[in-house]
Write a protein that binds this ligand. Structure first.
Ligand SMILES: [Zn+2]
Length: 489
């Protein structure tokens, strides 16, 4: 009773202040949404008293940007042993989980233990062998934002004296308010129109491939926990793509939170403000054919009579622009006019926008054409990339089952890798005169497991290709016999 009186007094005060400030009715609408959400969750003072929460449960993780096609959602990791500890007062979070792929994963079918967190501005990941590494500043920002993507996190943020509330509105069955925190980040809180319990939190972030994306976390199945109402079902989307579901089986408020500080190896590492500088090596594999390698993702440059063709613009602007610069350095007199994108996976298409900015036409499987066209048109205002700074119209050449690029000096046959269990839209490039096959992910020489190699071998044999060397865009050059040997003797 005392609390509700205090609440009424506070509301009267807010209204009085609003009237004194010029009678801005919108302000009270926004504060009312926040106050109603706080009351629904257990009351302002109860919420502000919470220091930590531990969520335990199980669920799924999606495979954003790595599924069979861009729009597929069939691949998932089954998540068990999930434990997430949030320290609201100190802005720390640590998540442990075990994930098991429900698909032919390139690292094999075994469950993987994952530990990730952020503390004092340092994001970190801990490998199964215990080695901790620092993640980028951008990851740290996203993980700090995740703390606000919880009903207690968003309402605490909205109740902070330095928070700015704006744009209170009704949308369908929800009431919605924008909350801007002291560090300038805006989160949209939606509450149920009837119960006032938070239904969703949305905030924007940058994704290398998709640009400005909304991260949306939705809440359902509220339960009574230590004088609070807390959701037992939590689901997350990036843009329109589902990325995680969680069914909470146990939640502990202000219990044993354990040590949430960043591991020493991560805390003492230098901050990572940008992708590492690109190192591009050039190795001539045959006349007019170069392997552009140096780091994890390679490209191949092919010289035709009057132009150059690049196979793959991977990762990001940094890598792709360095590879393109190297190509132009190798043959400065000839224009680089086009890039072949092997498949849509984000690590292989992350430099395609940079290639478009450099005026290159994109050749890709027809199943990726719409994705490439959409990616080229997406807004990148949060972190402007090369294409955002230098907009160009994209030209996409779709490939169905095969397309031959040929003139008097060079022939490159692009083939769809039919039935590839890694991606439905995979292309490989065959150079018949040089007996070279350029491929990626289907066979990565040296990898411990080769779940897609049998299919690649089948594609080579079905098409009667005479391959001496396999040029993988991950790993080192192998012989055709090396590929055969992956299938046992
Ligand atoms: Zn891939």
């Amino acid at each position: 009773m005392i609390q509700s009186l205090a609440m009424m007094q506070k509301r009267s005060l807010v209204l009085a202040v609003a009237v004194l400030a010029g009678g801005c009715a919108a302000t009270s609408t926004e504060q009312r949404i926040v106050d109603d959400a706080a009351s629904a969750l257990g009351g302002r003072s109860r919420i502000l008293a919470v220091k930590t929460i531990v969520l335990e449960g199980e669920g799924t993780n999606g495979n954003l940007g790595q599924d069979m096609t861009m729009e597929s959602t069939g691949q998932a990791f089954v998540v068990t042993g999930y434990k997430r500890t949030i320290d609201f007062a100190n802005g720390r979070v640590r998540t442990e989980q075990t994930r098991t792929p429900n698909f032919a994963y390139f690292q094999g079918p075994a469950p993987q233990k994952q530990i990730a967190g952020v503390a004092d501005g340092v994001a970190y990941n801990v490998a199964p062998n215990g080695n901790a590494t620092r993640a980028s500043n951008a990851v740290a920002k996203d993980r700090r934002a995740e703390i606000v993507h919880h009903p207690l996190g968003i309402v605490r943020a909205a109740l902070a004296t330095d928070a700015k509330l704006a744009n209170g509105r009704t949308a369908g069955s929800e009431r919605v308010v924008d909350v801007t925190t002291a560090d300038g980040q805006t989160f949209t809180l939606a509450v149920d129109g009837t119960t006032s319990l938070p239904t969703r939190v949305v905030s924007m972030t940058d994704n290398t491939n998709l640009g400005d994306v909304a991260i949306e976390t939705s809440f359902a199945d509220y339960q009574d926990v230590s004088g609070l109402k807390l959701p037992a079902r939590i689901a997350t989307k990036t843009d329109k793509y589902p990325t995680a579901t969680l069914r909470v089986t146990r939640q502990t408020v202000d219990g044993d939170a354990g040590d949430l500080s960043a591991p020493a190896a991560a805390a003492s590492a230098a901050p990572i403000a940008a992708p590492p500088p690109a190192t591009v090596t050039a190795e001539e594999l045959a006349k007019g054919v170069w392997l552009l390698a140096g780091q994890s993702h390679h490209s191949v440059l092919v010289e035709f009579a009057d132009h150059l063709t690049l196979i793959e613009a991977p990762q990001n602007d940094t890598r792709a622009l360095a590879v393109i610069a190297k190509a132009r350095e190798l043959r400065p007199g000839k224009p680089l006019t086009e890039v072949v994108n092997t498949h849509h996976h984000f690590d292989h298409s992350g430099g395609v926008r940079a290639a478009i900015a450099e005026g290159l036409t994109v050749i890709t499987h027809k199943g990726n054409a719409a994705f490439i066209e959409q990616a080229a048109g997406r807004a990148h205002t949060i972190v402007p990339d090369a294409l955002a700074r230098s907009p160009k119209r994209v030209k996409v050449v779709p490939v169905d089952e095969e397309k031959v690029l040929a003139d008097q000096s060079m022939t490159v046959a692009l083939y769809h890798v039919a039935g590839c269990p890694h991606a439905d839209t995979m292309l490989m490039a065959y150079l018949p005169r040089e007996r070279l096959l350029v491929e990626v992910d289907a066979y990565s020489p040296g990898a411990a497991v080769q779940p897609y190699a049998a299919n690649l071998l089948e594609n080579i044999r079905t098409r009667n290709l005479r391959v001496d060397r396999i040029v993988p865009l991950h790993g080192t050059i192998a012989s055709f016999n090396d590929l055969v040997k992956t299938q046992g003797s």
